[in-house]
Design a protein around this ligand. Structure first.
Ligand code: SAM
Length: 232
């Protein structure tokens, strides 16, 4: 499944870049909120940052401009996305490591710890038991007072996966008007095959059980949500 997923993003990366440009998934609002989280961090700079499913790293470059960063590590399945990431990260004067592969495997190979683990629109590709294990792995790799910032597709309480995906697709049909019908059809097919958003309350319960302090960001358009999970 992972190889197919990588190919889909390899073939259609330009569609995703335009989705970001048109702000269809609220990248701008989530960026502003992420900036607030960075501002309130109680960890020592320079920051060590890990980005899970970084894609072309565009959302993180918005943050890096305003932070003191010691290192940025990004994981992604897609080599093509990582090539774009390498270019986007060129202006930054910190240690950069980009690793190709599944985040749920790569995180086990990390020796050091991170002050911030960030993941934007990637964790919903994992199955629920993988998501819960990944949360535990993130907790283990975070320094004290460090946090996991998760921006993602998350279902409402008692909402079936099928119902959520149908709601998302309706939203695309109604609002993503600057993409062609064919491009939108590709996205629907991708979502029906590869997207497994968790129920938000389940994700929060798994995180609390692990020991995270769990906060939900006010930026929530009913489909896309943000959680901030802090290690006490
Ligand atoms: C929707 S894009 C998000 C990219 C970027 N984080 C952003 O918000 O713009 C999802 C990314 O997650 C990557 N991805 C999906 N499953 C993954 C996994 N198991 N391990 C690593 N990367 C994964 C995909 O290759 C893709 O680049």
């Amino acid at each position: 499944m992972n190889d197919q997923l990588a190919t889909i993003f390899l073939d259609n990366w330009s569609i995703y870049q335009r989705i970001i440009t048109f702000n269809y998934m609220r990248h701008k609002e989530f960026a502003a909120e992420t900036f607030n989280v960075f501002n309130k961090l109680e960890v020592k700079e320079p920051l060590e940052i890990l980005d899970l499913g970084c894609g072309d790293a565009q959302p993180m470059t918005v943050q890096l401009k305003q932070l003191k960063v010691g290192s940025y590590t990004g994981y992604d399945l897609s080599d093509t996305a990582l090539e774009f990431a390498r270019l986007n990260l060129q202006p930054f004067d910190c240690k950069i490591a980009l690793r190709q592969g599944p985040m749920q495997t790569l995180i086990h190979q990390e020796r050091g710890s991170f002050d911030v683990i960030y993941s934007s629109y990637a964790i919903h590709h994992l199955l629920d038991d993988q998501k819960a294990s990944l949360l535990q792995d993130c907790y283990n790799k975070l320094s004290g007072k460090g946090c996991l910032i998760m921006i993602d597709l998350l279902r409402d309480k008692n909402e079936s996966l099928h119902h959520y995906i149908d709601r998302y697709i309706d939203d695309i049909k109604n609002h993503w008007v600057l993409l062609s019908a064919q491009e939108r059809e590709l996205i629907y097919n991708h979502m029906r095959q590869y997207d497994f958003p968790a129920v938000k309350d389940d994700m929060m319960a798994w995180a609390s059980k692990i020991g995270f302090l769990v906060e939900e960001s006010p930026v929530n358009d009913g489909l896309n949500k943000m959680l901030v999970l802090t290690k006490p």
